[in-house]
Write a protein that binds this ligand. Sequence first.
Ligand SMILES: *[C@@H]1O[C@H](CO)[C@@H](O)[C@H](O)[C@H]1NC(C)=O
Ligand SMILES: *[C@@H]1O[C@H](CO)[C@@H](O)[C@H](O)[C@H]1NC(C)=O
Ligand SMILES: *[C@@H]1O[C@H](CO)[C@@H](O)[C@H](O)[C@H]1NC(C)=O
Ligand SMILES: *[C@@H]1O[C@H](CO)[C@@H](O)[C@H](O)[C@H]1NC(C)=O
Ligand SMILES: *[C@@H]1O[C@H](CO)[C@@H](O)[C@H](O)[C@H]1NC(C)=O
Ligand SMILES: *[C@@H]1O[C@H](CO)[C@@H](O)[C@H](O)[C@H]1NC(C)=O
Length: 779
Amino acid sequence: MEAMSNTCFLVSMNLLLVLFFLLKPNHTMASDRLSLGQSLSGKQTLISNDGTFALGFFSPGNSSKFYIGIWYNKLPGQTIIWVANRETPTSDPTTSKLQISDLGELVLLNSSKSLIWSSNSTSKATTAILLDTGNLVLRNDSTSEVDLWQSFAHPTDTCMPGGWLAVDKITGEYTKLTSWKNSEDPAPGFFAESMDPDGSNQYVLIWNGSNIYWTSGIWNGHYFANVPGTSDRTIFNLSFVDDKQRKFSSYLIKDKSFITRFVVDSDGQGKQWYWLSDRQQWQTVYTQPLAHCDVYSLCGPFGICDAKNLDSICGCPEGFQPASLKEWALSDWSLGCSRKTQLQCEADGFLPMDNLRLPAKPKSFKLRRYEECRDACLNDCSCTAYSYDNVCSIWNGGIRNLQQLHEGDNGGRSIYLRLAASDLPSSSGSGAKVIKVVLSSVAGVVAILFIAYCLMKVYERTKRAQTLRKLDNSLVQFSYTDLRRITRNFSEKLGSGGFGSVFKGTLPNSNQVAVKKLEGLRQGEKQFRAEVTALGSIQHVNLVRLYGFCSGGNERLLVYEYMPKGSLDAHLFLNESTELDWELRFQIILGTARGLAYLHEECRECIVHCDVKPDNVLLDAEFNPKVSDLGMAKLIGRDFSKVLTTMRGTIGYLAPEWIAGMPITPKVDVYSFGMMVFEVISGKRNNMHSEDGSMAFYPFWAAKKVVEGGSIVSLLDARLKGVVDLEQVTRVSRIACWCIQDLESQRPSMGQIVQILEGALDVNEPPLPLSLQNLAESV
Ligand SMILES: *[C@@H]1O[C@H](CO)[C@@H](O)[C@H](O)[C@H]1NC(C)=O
Ligand SMILES: *[C@@H]1O[C@H](CO)[C@@H](O)[C@H](O)[C@H]1NC(C)=O
Ligand SMILES: *[C@@H]1O[C@H](CO)[C@@H](O)[C@H](O)[C@H]1NC(C)=O
Ligand SMILES: *[C@@H]1O[C@H](CO)[C@@H](O)[C@H](O)[C@H]1NC(C)=O
Ligand SMILES: *[C@@H]1O[C@H](CO)[C@@H](O)[C@H](O)[C@H]1NC(C)=O
Ligand SMILES: *[C@@H]1O[C@H](CO)[C@@H](O)[C@H](O)[C@H]1NC(C)=O
């Protein structure tokens, strides 16, 4: 609706239309454009043609300042993708004006008509148009297809599909993303992402324009080496162009209903977000760098980064306090910690701190004794810390990137931090502990709200009669009659396993579901409900979503999202199927690893799946993998292992410690995952594989090949016809081999596996797992 454009008024002198405009509240302009002579103020907005995006004044969080920004018009909340005047807010939007100036620039004037922001565009424009991609463009009406200026070329912290990161080889200008200072201040923060300033074909995350702390890896023709996830052409179309004028990287999304954006967050991480429409919330697909403490100067000067501290990742050492509590409360730690007492120079002392990763680039020199190192620091009033390890290392000024390590981490060192004598703990022995500043973070509040919400839901459900209820974003409780109707009296069986049979069903809203009838369940109804509720709260792109359940009398049923391509085993082990090329197989391995890593490491309560195998990896219409049957171990309880071991085929996936009846840790999933990966590579069940006609346990044979450095090509499924990325196959085979090590401590965690698959970590040559030989003989 181009309500405000003159042509519209001229053409339609229609009374109804005029009335419509008169009656319309004046806070929407209901137009996607702003033309010369018009202005935008107060609550007025531009809405893109299809309604996806809106532009107008907004005020972030509790801030009292106003900015011109673009946000998703149809999504709840206000997710900002672009800010015009990020450094020059206005306090009164009703008297401020966004308009096209006489010079043809887009400008923002404040109450006293002073210019506070300008597009600074050089070509004279007559119209600003908000496109359906979220791009704001300036055009001249008579040459309307030419963008004289566009917001995509001047992004703030977000790169939208269709947007780009570029370097202009002629002007030397970079199109880069710069983080907000914090959630309430869009002014440029310390973190930015851009093409490599050194000119290589990669992009980098950089702190304050000078310290690179993450690199994408060099473009290899298909993807950037350290972010192979983006090679997935089923979703992303990533491109890299290097011509005479520009070098740039851009991405497009194939499926227009897939809402996604890439953001350099004010916590220093680059994050790809996407919108979960059924949960009505944003979810990250990947973050870079993965380890949050790897972000340069995340905790500022004298701050200590501790990834394991859930209250606040940044803390201050003893004798220090947050430099600004206000910013600290907004998770903006960039100002770091300040001393409680100023230093006195000669009268100062040192606070010993243990098991830290120390900042790079100290002044180092060889000294024979620890005392000499200490004196060297004490006698230099600008020295703030020293560390001695045959070499004396000395730091001056504000120390950045101190990182707290924990038991089991390698490379921990001790450092001695200079403090005013009065701030030293009275018994300043070597055991002095770092005091963490604990502030109730936003995360904490959310967690409490979430728990309260869950309790409320459970309470509500137990009170309700058993009829079909559609509650948004939460589990649906079905009655048995409902499920009988939905599955047309359990007529279409999708499969059956150790825990019961699965049937296809169609909900009244015509969504398809898979209904699982649990068998052999002796759990009480109350406990079942509690477990199921917990399961319902676990949601991840690579985990099959639980929609609802039915629990009445002796019946226990679970209702899951329906996965059109069925389970992975059908695609792997049926000869006719040729659909799984290497790229898809790699994506399936990676997605499965992500799902399990989420279960192990990111859920509120760590869950061990206990039954990882191709039969439990389901594929959606685009072959994205989702792990199914999670939480069965808890639901089925003690009978679980009996069910598993009596199921043929499963035994080959069980870790030795499980078979030996020892306590179970997440590493049993790692073991099964490794076994599964071998099957994805070979396209055959492990225990049916033979070499030279003689029966041999495939993983043993494959592991030998990997360890002895034989030709990996002979491991491959013949259907792949050798069309693979050999480097990836090597990487994946090595991971699989590490996963099936006899000692669980030698196996990597699922989180590490994801990092290795994504190329963020390297993987060494694994040793040969010996117990495989026994297994090989017994199968
Ligand atoms: C705004 O301030 C109030 C009171 O200080 C606080 O409870 C609330 O969490 C803040 N909201 C945001 C979005 O920061
Ligand atoms: C408008 O901006 C000018 C220049 O930045 C400033 O001097 C003036 O105080 C502002 N007026 C108001 C009402 O904020
Ligand atoms: C436009 O130019 C002015 C003057 O050179 C400068 O102060 C301002 O930051 C520029 N604005 C943008 C958005 O680049
Ligand atoms: C728009 O473009 C046309 C053709 O290039 C030019 O003649 C005209 O002056 C431009 N209009 C403005 C307002 O710059
Ligand atoms: C960031 O860089 C600027 C310009 O190089 C420099 O002046 C400033 O001191 C740096 N900030 C910090 C906190 O190091
Ligand atoms: C991917 O994007 C590039 C450039 O934007 C385009 O030329 C190409 O056709 C696209 N490929 C696919 C498969 O969509």
